[in-house]
Ligand binder design. Structure first.
Ligand code: SF4
Ligand code: SF4
Length: 192
């Protein structure tokens, strides 16, 4: 029994020693020479000189999708995402005419203002999941640090706009599913 406990303690100490040695370049080199480690033991990369490859599913903050040109937003200002966003960091103002009626273009209501306070956003993706129009998607841009929280971390509509082609370039699999869904919807809505 004592032997079993003793070997467990020794094994644990060995792991601790190996981890300790791996924190130093000379220690990693020594472990490689001894055949204990096959790699240099580093798990981090030399950021920002090196950038990590992301999987398609990696997500950071949302963006608004447009088709073709930025004036052709998919968003119809239904405000569902604004209501469902857990930390309430989406702010939408519907464009209205002089009589206070929602302004429409190509049969769609437009957001006059669509802002996301990304300093509050928790990247949960709920806004994407609840949007009935596939108008908002998750971006993978993470180099967004700035000096001014109120200004640089508050994304207005202009800053949130990105093309459907951009979406395809960062998330081709998801974009293909969205395209299929939109095509099916269009077919259903087309008379005849
Ligand atoms: S990802 Fe989540 S927290 Fe961020 S805007 Fe969308 S719903 Fe809100
Ligand atoms: S992004 Fe989608 S859910 Fe949000 S207001 Fe626009 S259409 Fe509605």
């Amino acid at each position: 029994m004592l032997m079993i406990i003793g070997s467990g303690v020794l094994k644990g100490l060995g792991v601790t020693l190996k981890t300790f040695l791996e924190t130093y370049p000379w220690g990693r080199a020594m472990l490689r020479v001894l055949g204990i480690a096959k790699t240099d033991g580093l798990v981090t990369i030399q950021y920002p000189d090196e950038k990590q490859e992301h999987s398609e599913r990696f997500r950071y903050f949302p963006f608004l999708v447009y088709d073709g040109t930025p004036d052709n937003l998919r968003c119809v200002a239904c405000r569902i995402c604004e209501q469902e966003c857990p930390p309430q960091c989406i702010h939408i103002v519907v464009a209205k005419d002089e009589q206070g009626r929602p302004l429409k273009a190509n049969g769609r209501t437009l957001p006059k203002q669509f802002d996301i306070d990304i300093s509050i956003c928790m990247s949960c993706r709920i806004c994407v999941d609840v949007c009935p129009f596939d108008a908002i998607e998750m971006d993978n841009q993470y180099e967004l640090s700035g000096y001014d929280r109120a200004g640089e971390m508050y994304f207005t509509k202009e800053k949130l706009l990105k093309s459907a082609d951009y979406f395809k370039s960062i998330k081709p699999t998801e974009a293909a599913v969205v395209d299929q869904r939109l095509a099916a919807k269009k077919k259903k809505e087309t008379p005849g």
